[in-house]
Design a protein around this ligand. Structure first.
Ligand SMILES: *Cc1c(COP(=O)(O)O)cnc(C)c1O
Length: 358
């Protein structure tokens, strides 16, 4: 039996998108970002089609260990690093590269005397104010790590852009310049760009690029879709109609009765809801494809169901196919109707949704 709600993941599209990333940054090595279960697409499934890239990045040690235990020998970078000695030892044991962003981590590394060396990505905070060292702290930290016999030399240098999705942001220019000024006399390969940097900020293309959302065919910008940049969407989300009913004018639909019919209406009930990861914030009017044609969502999204206005599809019946995003309906568009970003929609697909490769 197949699940009512399922997602299709198109692995050929991932390969296509990697090709596009190479076109944007032909000189750079690619660190493919597959944190958060590969943005909801399935960690191992996506890792399998990334054999051609130079490294993989995940947020946490457990994600990296899972990849190693599944037999992946590619370079794996743990973006959040570690917080204690035990975690550092696990990372070294599994040959995972670590992002070093705090003094506490440097203290722990200085007290590690194991045989096996650690690969470090030293992170500079150029304005995000999340992880990393300020440029003023950089030189002493660099020297401390240089003096560690347990750290492979020269180590990598990186920063993260906070506003690259705004093509007019002065902040991005400042971040790129600050990073380049701070690291320019130091050896070690350098990395700045996320997807938005790769597409919109040529200056951010250095030795390594770190694409995330564009791998999955999705635009990092709020006013465009992946196709505008030659990308192919990887995930589509599907379900089916489970009931049809006719309601009179003036009837209310769904929790809190937020939608009122102004005429006789043919309603469809679709087996998808926030329990599957379809956003509760999707407003009335959000497009849904029933039998490949657009109809509007009406009323509140519930845990397991949504309701749609089928007045334009008098022949639709229970069992008919429904697409929530995919071919003909971009996830970027659903994000706009739901006052969110496509990242949260992709990551938010829940366990109940069966993911199938195509
Ligand atoms: C998530 C992440 C990326 C990828 O970002 P996208 O916007 O999805 O391309 C790159 N670098 C770091 C440090 C990240 O945390």
């Amino acid at each position: 039996m197949t699940a009512a709600a399922y997602a299709l993941v198109n692995l050929a599209a991932v390969k296509h998108n990697i090709g596009k990333i190479r076109d944007y940054a032909p000189q750079a090595k690619i660190m493919a970002v597959i944190k958060a279960n590969a943005y909801g697409h399935g960690l191992l499934r996506i890792a399998e089609v990334l054999q051609g890239v130079d490294a993989i990045a995940v947020a946490r040690a457990d994600e990296g260990i899972r990849l190693r235990l599944s037999g992946f020998s590619i370079r794996i970078v743990i973006l959040e690093g570690f917080v204690c000695k035990q975690e550092l030892e696990d990372l070294i044991k599994y040959d995972l590269d670590v992002v070093v962003h705090s003094v506490g981590q440097v203290d722990i590394i200085e007290n590690y005397w194991g045989q096996k060396k650690l690969t470090v990505w030293l992170k500079l905070d150029t304005g995000m104010n999340r992880l990393g060292f300020k440029s003023t702290e950089f030189t002493p930290i660099y020297k401390r790590l240089m003096a560690c016999s347990s750290v492979k030399q020269p180590f990598f240098l990186m920063t993260h852009l906070s506003s690259a999705d705004d093509p007019h942001s002065a902040v991005t220019r400042q971040q790129v310049n600050l990073f380049k000024d701070t690291v320019k006399t130091y050896p070690g390969e350098k990395s700045i760009a996320n997807s938005a940097g790769i597409i919109a900020w040529d200056d951010s293309l250095t030795d390594w690029v770190r694409p995330g959302v564009m791998l999955y065919g999705v635009s990092p910008f709020s006013n465009s879709v992946g196709k505008d940049f030659g990308l192919k969407p990887v995930m589509s989300l599907h379900s089916r109609l489970i009931a049809i009913k006719n309601i009179g004018a003036g009837e209310v639909v769904g929790y809190a009765g937020t939608w009122v019919s102004n005429q006789q209406t043919r309603l469809g009930v679709v087996a998808i809801g926030y329990g599957d990861g379809f956003p509760r914030s999707a407003q009335t009017g959000t497009p849904v494809l029933v039998n490949g044609k657009r109809v509007p969502l009406v009323g509140r999204v519930s845990m397991d169901m949504i309701t749609v206005d089928l007045s334009s599809q008098m022949n639709a019946k229970a069992g008919d196919p429904v697409t929530l995003w995919g071919e003909g309906l971009e996830v970027e568009e659903i994000a706009r109707y739901s006052d969110t970003i496509p990242y949260t929609l992709l990551c938010g697909i829940t366990q109940r949704v069966e993911i199938k490769k195509v």
